[in-house]
Design a protein around this ligand. Structure first.
Ligand code: HEM
Length: 182
């Protein structure tokens, strides 16, 4: 459960809303041994015959056909899963196109396998820092990446936030820095 407090009347009175929301134990559900064979193992073949999008799986009335529970469950299920799915697909595909990922080596030349249980604490967990060897797959790919970054940079300010909206992105009500100047 997560609780948070908001003031009423924009903070001008002493009244408060105390709101509580339930976050489902997604991590435990994802590791349910009655659903998944060897749940701790990274095994993409588990999804070979599953052609559902995250949204279709999340609303499948047969819970046994849900692929995973990472986006939550029920009415408060993640609204951003469509964007998250696509963003992760593009990011991962591009990283694999550009780089080779290998385990780092210790001083004796042995591969260092990260401990899968070494995660940060908190409501949202992520792996603790671990060494890894990332190598560009070719000089040509490095050149393309550097050019892509230069192309992006012109849209970013000193804090790497958008100062200009790239062409073709329609966000109603969004004003770019250059719009404000006009
Ligand atoms: C991999 C990326 C993401 C993960 C794993 C994730 C996961 C979650 C989870 C677990 C919840 C709570 C669901 C529940 O209460 O059971 C949630 C809620 C939510 N997420 Fe995401 N999320 C992701 C990306 C995004 C993105 C990109 C957006 C928006 C663009 C987004 C917008 C929201 C919103 C608005 C809610 C609240 C929905 C509600 O309370 O009705 N999420 N998300």
């Amino acid at each position: 459960m997560v609780s948070y407090i908001t003031s009423l009347n924009g903070g001008e009175s002493d009244a408060y809303h105390i709101l509580t929301r339930r976050i489902a134990p997604n991590r435990a559900a994802n590791r349910d041994p009655s659903r998944y064979d060897r749940p701790e193992v990274f095994d993409p073949s588990r999804y070979l015959d599953d052609f559902q999008t995250s949204a279709e799986a999340a609303t499948n009335s047969d819970v046994k056909k849900r692929d995973h529970f990472t986006f939550g469950v029920g009415r408060r299920v993640c609204q951003g899963m469509h964007l998250a799915d696509r963003s992760m697909y593009l990011s991962i595909a591009r990283l694999l196109w550009a780089f080779d990922f290998q385990k780092a080596l210790d001083p004796e030349g042995n591969e260092i396998t990260p401990d899968r249980w070494a995660v940060t604490e908190g409501l949202v967990m992520q792996p603790q820092r671990f060494p890894v060897k990332i190598t560009p797959r070719s000089e040509e790919r490095v050149r393309i990446l550097r050019q892509a970054w230069r192309d992006c940079e012109k849209f970013l300010d000193d804090e790497k936030q958008w100062k200009e909206l790239p062409k073709g992105i329609a966000l109603p009500g969004y004003e770019t820095a250059s719009d404000e100047k006009m």
